[in-house]
Design a protein around this ligand. Sequence first.
Ligand SMILES: C[S@@+](CC[C@H](N)C(=O)[O-])C[C@H]1O[C@@H](n2cnc3c(N)ncnc32)[C@H](O)[C@@H]1O
Length: 416
Amino acid sequence: MGSPQVPPYLLGLRLTGRRVVVVGGGRVAQRRVPTLLAAGASVELVAPEITPSLEGLRDRLAAWHPRPYRTGDLDGAWLVQACTDDPAVNGLVAADAEAARIWCVRADDAEASAAWTPATGYVGETTVGVTSDGDPARSAGIRDAIVDGLRDATLKARHSRHKPTGVALVGGGPGDPGLITVRGKQLLAQADVVVADRLAPSVLLDELAPDVEVIDAAKIPYGRALHQDKINELLVEHAKQGKFVVRLKGGDNFVFGRGGEEAIYCAAQGVPVTVVPGISSSIAAPGAAGVPVTHRGVSQEFHVVSAHVPPGHPDSTVDWEVLARNGGTLVLMMAVERMRLIADALMRYGRATDTPVAVIQDGTLPGQRAVFATLGTVADEMTAHGVRPPAIVVVGEVVRVAAQMGNLTADIGRDP
Ligand SMILES: C[S@@+](CC[C@H](N)C(=O)[O-])C[C@H]1O[C@@H](n2cnc3c(N)ncnc32)[C@H](O)[C@@H]1O
């Protein structure tokens, strides 16, 4: 069929509503069918048996013919995928397709195949397709390199028609720069202005191009009450100058991050807002220390509580009595300086003195450390170990589960 020396002619097929026949119901079909459906194709499956994943897609198929392939099945098709595990059947499908001038992809024999499926990736509005002389592993590797490069903007798409506008509230994750989302990193790389917080991963700021204006929100010289107003104004002011502004915070902007206030202010000023969720330290820091915030048979719930004011403080809206009685996992943020008062309140309201507690400081950062104690001892242990913010305190039986994960390895994806 094709010669390996002659490169294939790459096309972007627009399949919406067009009949595509997939012959075979195994692992190859399982990979091809979702992509064809995502491209809008009207997919007909011919296979005596199909995998559970394909079963799950049945509602979205135009038809499934639960029988072997028969000549005539390709009538009216624009494209066919021959992906049975029987070369003779695939050969027959390919021959029928050739006779009918229908493009056929043969999964078992690249050399005998009229068409190849490129290794495909999607980045925003861009589709990347790679073929490498019928070598799918090489194609996939190149595809990954291009897609990763476009996503983290190490490959610059200079002439994009779609430069984002307005303000993006981007969750930077708990601290390790590898724990921001792909979308977050992509938008960060397109920013003209970044308004960053103290807990936003600083390594990400070091990676920004020199012409990006970085505003350290912690250093904005205003009194406490005016501080947030000033940040809101800065976001809007820059966005209205046509700059794309990223508001980068630690964790998730909507978890004690005042993201809601910023989004409302921008909306009121007519500035479009994009929200990119982040991995909140409330879950990530315990997780990184081997403490699952829920565990089957141990805790069905977890409560994330801001402890920026102590129990009984007039500004506190937290019902510590209910939390103490409830028995689920408590995840306390901003609690370091008030932990003695909090532990006393929880014990006074009925939580057992020997309830296990974990304190995780600098979760996911190189200096991460965890202190394990009980409600009765945690305040003294924190003092003894010199625990400093930022730290997450986990109260509840899930803390014991950490001890069963003795072999928990360091995050292997982490930069050395
Ligand atoms: C104002 S809150 C912001 C929370 C953030 N929006 C989030 O979703 O993680 C600040 C608190 O988050 C917690 N925190 C943030 N990063 C942390 C980290 N790397 N390790 C432990 N705690 C962290 C601490 O309790 C800190 O006092």
